[in-house]
Ligand binder design. Structure first.
Ligand SMILES: Cc1ncc(COP(=O)(O)O)c(C=O)c1O
Length: 399
């Protein structure tokens, strides 16, 4: 076979697979509501689209610097300074085609075969596969419900070996929605400080999507002495409803950023020039719509939480941010569907929900922690509530 061995170690994104399956059933005429996709249902704001149209008409259609335009990198630096109190120079920032490519570049540029990457579960689906592509070893650490599905210093200590190169922290978390507090990060930073060969990818993509009185804080703010060992990754996909524009950025040690840019120069070159102009408008333009969106997300979260958490057999965590709920379905294990089918894992739960009431959710197996399932409430409110009612009704029929 002409395919590489590398490809035998990785699988297609399970969240995209769920969305595709739901779309397939919908195309066959079935009444399907998909809560699978991790993208805002809002449209990209008008002023951002206008900036892209202007860039097009001004002929900004050529290659840019591989690491991104100076204007966009300056805007990113300004954002870090203003919002997070963090100082970066131009050579410490890179713009890529989404956070996905930032992380991909970082892992490929830094991992030697056998280097370990500590990934707390539940995790964003792509981390382990990206580590595998880069010939690293994903070390999955299962976080406990008692710790709100977050990594504790004890678990971190247990997972560190001489081969540990990266820890991936994601707060607010996809899929759980849980975020780390200042105190929790401080405790993790203490452990990291003692292990000089351990670096941290801090995936802050949901940074602005924070609810209630919760305050977002990133590890580099809590532990400035670790800043050179932290790669912060962030982007415009979620905050500004710009998933299709493909702009993400990374900020970290100049030495790492430089090799990431070299790698990118030999693969995709710069991120799309028009999208970079749009991202510049996103970061420097009006921000007040974000609070209106957060209000809508919060209302949806509360309504969905209410229905699901009241469903016997489901237990939800009240998320601090992002737009996901990750209910535990452990009590459903061993039950039977009206068809007689046995529910023995969270994939069975997801299959049952899709087939019996036409609701697509992503099983916890995809996020490395079972038995749970993820729903995304970045979905039209009416549809979301209808879907939650259907889930509740279907689960009540399990015996
Ligand atoms: C935690 C996390 N990181 C990164 C990404 C990728 O984002 P981007 O669209 O910028 O590639 C996602 C998207 O779902 C995510 O949930």
């Amino acid at each position: 076979m002409f395919l590489s061995q590398r490809m035998s170690r990785i699988k297609p994104s399970p969240t995209l697979a769920v969305t595709a399956r739901a779309a397939e059933l919908k195309a066959l005429g079935q009444d399907i509501i998909s809560l699978g996709a991790g993208e805002p249902d809002f449209d990209t704001p008008e002023h951002i689209k206008t900036a892209a149209v202007k860039a097009l008409s001004e002929g900004k259609t050529k290659y840019t610097a591989v690491e991104g335009t100076t204007a966009l990198r300056k805007a990113i630096i300004e954002k870090f300074k203003k919002e997070d109190g963090l100082d970066y120079d131009l050579n410490q920032v890179i713009v890529c085609a989404g956070v996905k490519q930032v992380i991909f570049n970082a892992l490929l540029a830094s991992l030697n075969p056998g280097d370990e990457v500590i990934i707390p579960a539940p995790y964003w689906v792509s981390y382990p596969d990206m580590v595998e592509i880069a010939e690293g070893v994903p070390v999955i650490v299962r976080c406990a419900p008692e710790a709100d599905l977050k990594l504790t210093p004890e678990l971190l200590i247990e997972s560190i070996t001489p081969k540990s190169k990266w820890l991936v922290l994601n707060s607010p978390n996809n899929p759980s929605g849980m975020a780390y507090s200042h105190k929790e990060l401080e405790a993790l930073a203490k452990v990291i400080s003692d292990v000089p060969h351990l670096n941290v990818i801090s995936d802050d993509i949901y940074e602005r999507l924070i609810f209630d009185k919760y305050k977002f804080v990133t590890l580099a703010q809590v532990a400035p002495e670790l800043k050179d060992r932290i790669l912060i990754v962030n982007g415009v996909s979620k905050t500004y409803a710009m998933t299709g524009w493909r702009i993400g950025y990374g900020a970290g040690a100049a030495e790492l950023i430089e090799v990431m840019a070299t790698l990118q120069s030999q693969s995709t070159s710069n991120a799309c020039s028009i999208s970079q102009e749009a991202a510049l408008a996103a970061l420097t333009g009006p921000q007040d719509f974000i609070k209106d969106w957060i209000k809508i997300y919060t209302e949806r979260r509360d309504a969905a939480f209410d229905i699901l958490n009241k469903t016997p057999g489901l237990h939800c965590f009240q998320p601090h941010g992002a737009f996901y709920l990750y209910p535990s379905c452990v009590e459903l294990m061993g039950k039977k569907a009206p068809s007689g089918a046995l529910i023995s894992n969270d994939t069975d739960v997801a299959t049952y929900l899709l087939e019996s009431v036409g609701v697509a959710v992503v099983p916890g197996a995809a996020f490395g922690l079972s038995p749970y399932f993820r729903i995304s409430y970045a979905t039209d409110t009416k549809l979301l509530l209808e879907a939650c009612r259907r889930i509740s009704q279907a689960i009540s029929l399990l015996r």
